[in-house]
Design a protein around this ligand. Structure first.
Ligand SMILES: Nc1ncnc2c1ncn2[C@@H]1O[C@H](COP(=O)(O)OP(=O)(O)OP(=O)(O)O)[C@@H](O)[C@H]1O
Length: 607
């Protein structure tokens, strides 16, 4: 019996040769004659090999020639000039696409070829990005000490912002980095900072070599935790300075030499001005995290002063999850030359991550608390962050929930730093629980495993919304967010959608809302403290509302004050006194078009 494999193989070979000859016959009549002569030669195999090579090369050229010939023949009838043009440009591979024709058929072909090329290029690009995405930290130019730290943390692959910004950062480039919340920006600047310190063989007496500024104390402490594990295997020192803590102790540490310093702007400036022996002249890189918020928090003056103390020859890097005009201002303030812009999610259709499921609930004005209560009762084993617009609202709801047997923690800017830090750490470690907070917790905080973000009071801007919901669905994990909106606020959803935030409506049937209104009112009526807190919270809610950026939508006159009072558990409506200076904050925009344009500008601004 013949071996089928073998047979196939020889068939294949025959066909291969056949194919070559047929091609040759069709395309290279001249060449065939040469072949005949060559066949007389003694060393057939060698010649065949050479011949095949030539064939391949010539096939290529000939196919190009043929293409041109076909084209030329067609064109002969229509366009002599064009033919000439083509003949003159025989060597140009893209001749076909470059030469414009009046012949519609030819035009069609040209278009087809162009499209084919485009798809090919796209596929190539996609394949490249795919392989880039497969890159591990091990394949990056990162020193072994940091590789070890990453390994100890179980980090294998860099996120996109890390993959794209670490190499230029290590090359000494100034960078303006922009990536969604939870995309790993901290490591993107921490790894290069630690590596530059190592490369510069920094010792304590050299002082600060890498300076990182962040807008809040919590964020500084969180960045410190990343510094702790990234720098665990190298001798360089690291530390932090933040407001609300013992300044003299910080000064002592700075004098002893801190190579990587993480700081809030106010306290840093204080040390720059007053702490003797604080060495900053060897600074290599200056990083600002949550750059837009740094300016938003009113740190512009501090920052201008800080920059004056820093050596001019240094690297500057700004990172943020959202782009604003303020970033532009900050860039002007801190960069000498135009920085390299790395925008990871610029071309995506959504401003929030895909793993986030988000929506809104339209609340009757007197039922906001009942809806919140129902939700919290139904999600007892979850880890939830609830945002309010004022400190008083946080305080009141915390007390109220305690009375209703719902345990929670709270975080706001009027707490002592120690309490704030403890609460934050406790909530980080908790596997379930509720954190009631103001916007203090909206930015940058990396609290693991958050299941839900509830926004009881609306954010000022879409950007604030993005940061709030960005506390969940971090590093590829899933998360959910819900915004409670009142009927008069529905237009706000337009702005959120304009800012590429995909929203669904979540409906809660009235029958499902736990009706504890009468117990609530009775309880508050009896409890002096709770009643006082409720009144303060009610007033603060209106003050915050009145100072809302989008005055046209968040208009106190559109609210039903009695109903709002009921949602605070009050049986009466307290007098309202609006803060006078709120008038200044009023938006000067008067219609949707104006606001839309303003938002569009903000959203589209990249550099
Ligand atoms: N390469 C990585 N692999 C796996 N997890 C990572 C990686 N890089 C960072 N993470 C984790 O992702 C989470 C988010 O990181 P990080 O806090 O740096 O995000 P961010 O972009 O600064 O977010 P935000 O804008 O909200 O401040 C952290 O828990 C971090 O440990």
């Amino acid at each position: 019996m013949s071996n089928p494999r073998k047979r196939n193989h020889s068939k294949k070979e025959k066909n291969k040769n056949k194919g070559a000859t047929i091609q040759q016959n069709q395309q290279q009549p001249k060449k065939r004659r040469i072949n005949k002569n060559q066949n007389n030669n003694a060393n057939k195999t060698k010649q065949n090999q050479q011949q095949n090579k030539k064939k391949r090369n010539q096939n290529k050229t000939n196919s190009n020639k043929n293409n041109r010939n076909v084209q030329q023949n067609k064109n002969n009838n229509n366009n002599k000039n064009q033919n000439q043009n083509q003949n003159n440009n025989k060597n140009k591979i893209n001749n076909k696409t470059k030469t414009k024709s009046n012949n519609p058929k030819q035009k069609q072909n040209q278009q087809k070829n162009q499209n084919k090329k485009k798809t090919k290029n796209k596929k190539k690009k996609k394949a490249n990005t795919k392989t880039e995405k497969e890159i591990t930290f091990k394949q990056m130019p990162i020193i072994s000490q940091i590789q070890l730290s990453l390994e100890q943390q179980g980090f294998v692959k860099p996120t996109e912002i890390q993959r794209r910004s670490i190499p230029p950062f290590l090359d000494g480039k100034d960078i303006l980095g922009n990536a969604k919340t939870g995309s790993g920006k901290t490591l993107a600047f921490m790894i290069p900072c630690a590596q530059l310190l190592h490369k510069g063989k920094f010792q304590p007496r050299n002082g600060v070599g890498a300076l990182i500024i962040a807008p809040t104390r919590e964020l500084v402490l969180q960045i410190m935790k990343v510094a702790e594990y990234i720098m665990a295997n190298q001798p360089q020192t690291f530390g932090h300075v933040i407001g609300g803590t013992d300044k003299s102790e910080e000064a002592r540490k700075l004098r002893n030499g801190v190579n990587l310093l993480v700081a809030t702007p106010g306290r840093l400036l204080d040390h720059l001005q007053n702490t003797r022996g604080f060495v900053i002249r060897n600074l290599q890189c200056f990083v600002i995290d949550e750059a837009d918020r740094v300016l938003e928090n009113g740190f512009e003056e501090e920052l201008t002063q800080i920059v004056k103390y820093l050596p001019k020859k240094r690297q500057t890097v700004l990172f943020s999850a959202t782009q604003t005009r303020r970033i532009k201002d900050l860039a002007k303030l801190s960069f000498k030359e135009k920085p390299m812009y790395i925008g990871v999610h610029d071309d995506q259709n959504e401003a929030t991550v895909e793993t986030l499921e988000q929506g809104y609930v339209i609340c009757p004005q007197d039922k906001k608390f009942l809806i919140l209560f129902t939700f919290l009762r139904r999600n007892k084993n979850k880890k939830i962050i609830v945002f309010f617009s004022s400190v008083n609202s946080v305080k009141y709801h915390y007390e109220l929930l305690q009375y209703l047997d719902i345990d929670a923690m709270f975080l706001h800017g009027k707490q002592k730093q120690k309490v704030r830090t403890n609460t934050f750490n406790n909530f980080v470690q908790a596997t379930e629980g509720i954190l009631l907070c103001t916007n203090i917790a909206a930015r940058g905080l990396d609290i693991p495993e958050i299941d839900w973000i509830i926004q009881v009071d609306p954010p000022q801007k879409p950007r604030e919304y993005i940061h709030r919901v960005g506390r969940t669905a971090r590093a590829g994990k899933c998360g959910k967010a819900v915004l409670l909106v009142l009927q008069p606020e529905l237009d706000f959803l337009k702005y959120l959608r304009l800012a590429k935030i995909p929203l669904n409506e979540y409906e809660i049937p009235e029958s499902k809302i736990e009706d504890i209104q009468s117990q609530l009112e009775a309880m508050i009526e009896k409890n002096y403290n709770l009643k006082a807190l409720a009144i303060d919270a009610f007033r603060s809610f209106f003050n915050a509302y009145d100072s809302h950026f989008l005055k046209e939508i968040f208009d106190v006159n559109k609210l039903h004050k009695d109903k709002i009072a009921r949602s605070f558990g009050l049986t009466f409506t307290p007098q309202l006194h609006f803060a006078k200076n709120n008038k200044k904050k009023k938006s000067t925009l008067h219609n949707f078009e104006q606001i839309k344009n303003k938002f569009k500008k903000n959203i589209n601004m990249k550099k």
